[in-house]
Write a protein that binds this ligand. Structure first.
Ligand code: ADP
Length: 471
């Protein structure tokens, strides 16, 4: 099959979170399974762009309302990622360093989608499926079906995957003029709660809708930032497909970011060496259990409760554990963590920012990974942690619930709790300390977790069956 993925992120070109990881891996494994998979994304000015060779594939023009724009599609020349990668450039809108966070994000991503559909309409052949990811690409199914100029794309099946339903891309109706001539009778297919809502539009217009875990799909019907009724109504075409992880990138035996590699047999010594490196760098004690948090410092991840939860745990454990936090997001949370560095020197440290290398080293060197998330569509961190023999401590929600089994169960290997609050996090850290003291149990859990199969191969099969159901 020929599959066209449309996304705002793709690792290693541009990544802000799990979406980038998934779009960087799924097409690669689809190609390995014998499909033709291509990724189309905006041409941000990232390191990857300058470090690789490109050829111009297409030049075109279109309109964003009254604004006429020209766009260029370039293709990566050497198939470096294992699939065809296309970037769309629109000067003045997409030529920026960051992926998101600009005032004109609505214009940027709408123009990107218009350019994409415009380019696709020039193709001599039609792909078997167009697979859109998250709200930044949520207007594509609508445009393919209801824009007069693109009517010939109408019959190409579309799939929409929701990696995060908290962000929906809301726009006022004044922006409806951006969308190329469309059938005004279909206004309802753009709308949710009296706004243009690209996420809702994609749920209505795409042939199939998926989320990245089964539990998250269920949760969306009761909690989805205002879209609950729509998910209930559309449940017939919605399903959950759990993300895989890229075992080539995330492999403690070969990881290019680690200086001390290890595998299932050498996990205890290997992790200790990585821990020593980390602790030396951050002034922590490698003889004590090390707890880490890696991620966006936002409410969804319950990062707001972590500073106080960690302080409480430090008091309860009387400094017998170390904590290291990597992340960025809400300035208040960043500030709260920074304020803890001095009073808790030797016990707590933090790096505020995004650091891919350090994240790998933390998965490898930590004993426990904290994930108190309020919302977690799939969550990749806990799967990376398991692959690196690090015990995940997670709240029972979304994909965390689907991938972590509490150690209280036979064959359990992680720690689960119910509430995103200080008490539950502190209590779980207490449970972690007691299992840490039992070396044989820790070793058994580590070995078990490292052998769990989270590979993309089975996920690819599930997507293939989904695409086939639309043909
Ligand atoms: P989300 O997409 O909601 O942020 P996921 O668990 O799906 O969460 O994916 C998070 C990905 O982003 C993981 O690969 C994680 O290691 C990475 N990540 C998050 N924050 C940082 C950071 N500050 N530095 C390095 N990697 C990070």
């Amino acid at each position: 099959m020929e599959i066209i993925h449309i996304s705002a992120e793709c690792y290693p070109v541009a990544k802000a979170g799990g979406l980038g990881d998934v779009v960087g891996a799924l097409p690669k494994y689809q190609v390995k399974a014998g499909h033709i998979a291509k990724v189309v994304m905006p041409m941000y000015r990232t390191k990857f762009l300058y470090a690789n060779d490109w050829t111009v594939d297409f030049k075109g023009s279109s309109n964003l309302g009254n604004w006429f724009f020209e766009y260029t599609v370039i293709k990566e020349s050497s198939n470096k990622l294992g699939f065809d990668l296309f970037l769309i450039d629109i000067n003045g809108l997409l030529d920026r360093q960051k992926i998101y966070g600009y005032e004109d994000d609505a214009e940027r991503f709408t123009a990107f989608q218009i350019a994409l559909v415009n380019w696709m309409s020039s193709w001599e052949h039609q792909p078997d499926v167009v697979h859109c990811h998250d709200h930044h690409t949520g207007l594509v199914p609508f445009m393919m079906q209801y824009c007069y100029d693109y009517a010939h794309l109408k019959n190409i099946p579309t799939v929409f995957t929701i990696h995060n339903a908290q962000y929906q891309g809301w726009m006022g109706w004044d922006k409806s003029r951006y969308i190329p001539r469309w059938d005004l009778w279909k206004r309802g297919m753009l709308e949710w709660a009296d706004q243009i809502n690209p996420l809702a539009s994609a749920v209505k217009c795409a042939g199939k809708v998926t989320t990245v875990s089964w539990s998250y799909m269920d949760e969306l019907r009761v909690n989805s930032n205002g879209m609950e009724k729509l998910f209930e109504f559309e449940k017939g075409k919605c399903s959950g497909i759990l993300n895989g992880i890229d075992n080539e990138v995330w492999n403690p035996a070969t990881d290019k970011y680690l200086s001390d590699h290890f595998d299932v047999e050498t996990v205890t010594e290997g992790k200790q060496k990585n821990k020593e490196g980390l602790c030396l760098r951050f002034g922590l004690d490698p003889e004590k259990p090390l707890f880490v948090f890696i991620g966006r410092l936002v409410g969804e991840k319950a990062a707001d409760i972590l500073p106080d939860a960690i302080k409480t745990a430090i008091h309860h454990t009387q400094g017998e554990a170390g904590f290291l936090v990597l992340g960025s997001g809400d300035t208040q949370v960043e500030w709260a963590f920074q304020q803890m560095v001095e009073p808790y020197t030797g016990i707590f440290n933090t790096v505020i920012g995004y650091d891919e290398t350090l994240s790998h080293q933390m998965y490898a060197g930590a004993d426990f990974l904290l994930m108190p998330s309020r919302v977690e569509p799939c969550g990749l961190n806990q799967m990376y942690a398991m692959r690196y023999g690090t015990v995940p401590i997670v709240r029972s929600t979304g994909g965390l619930q689907d991938t972590v089994v509490d150690m209280g169960n036979p064959d359990g290997f992680g720690i689960r709790f119910n509430n995103a609050d200080i008490f539950d996090v502190d209590y779980s850290i207490g449970r972690a300390l007691s299992v840490y003291a039992d070396k044989a149990h820790m070793k058994k859990m580590r070995k078990y977790m490292m052998q769990i199969d989270h590979s993309w191969e089975s996920t690819v099969d599930q997507y293939t069956r989904l695409y086939e159901s639309l043909q």
